[in-house]
Design a protein. Structure first.
Length: 145
């Protein structure tokens, strides 16, 4: 097997990760459709459930998103009353939290997510899946340095 040419744009890390991201998003979006939620929204609700109320900037760091994009992604969740905002100790800080309605939707969506997750993990195999997560974690870490 020949090594990919690092100057070949078809071997572009970003292009390949984005292509995989779009394909995987389609799988999770389809799985979560009965709960009327997108995969990106599910991820935000799950992060808030795991972390508890957080300042917007801290949630942006956890999600590796800029604040403007995060705010735009939170708007539909706020509109649906799945996520709430409250002022922090400093008036410039807004805390984001999961509402009871958000927790209810997350509870409904979790089994749908688990089914999609299991199908993908089974398809990749446990070892390959764990390696993929490790590799992606390293890639994110490299960008944070």
């Amino acid at each position: 097997m020949t090594k990919p040419n690092p100057l070949d744009v078809t071997a572009c890390t970003l292009a390949n990760v984005r292509q995989a991201s779009r394909a995987l998003s389609q799988v999770y979006d389809a799985a979560l459709q009965p709960a009327n939620i997108k995969a990106t929204q599910f991820t935000l609700l799950a992060a808030l459930w795991q972390q508890g109320p957080l300042p917007l900037s801290q949630l942006a760091d956890i999600m590796v998103m800029d604040r403007t994009t995060l705010t735009r992604n939170l708007q539909p969740l706020i509109k649906r009353k799945l996520v709430g905002t409250a002022p922090g100790e400093d008036r410039r800080v807004r805390n984001i939290s999961l509402t009871p309605q958000g927790k209810q939707l997350l509870d409904r969506a979790l089994p749908l997510w688990r089914k999609a997750q299991s199908q993908l993990v089974d398809g990749l195999g446990q070892k390959r899946w764990a390696g993929l997560l490790d590799d992606l974690s390293v890639a994110v870490s490299l960008t944070q340095e």
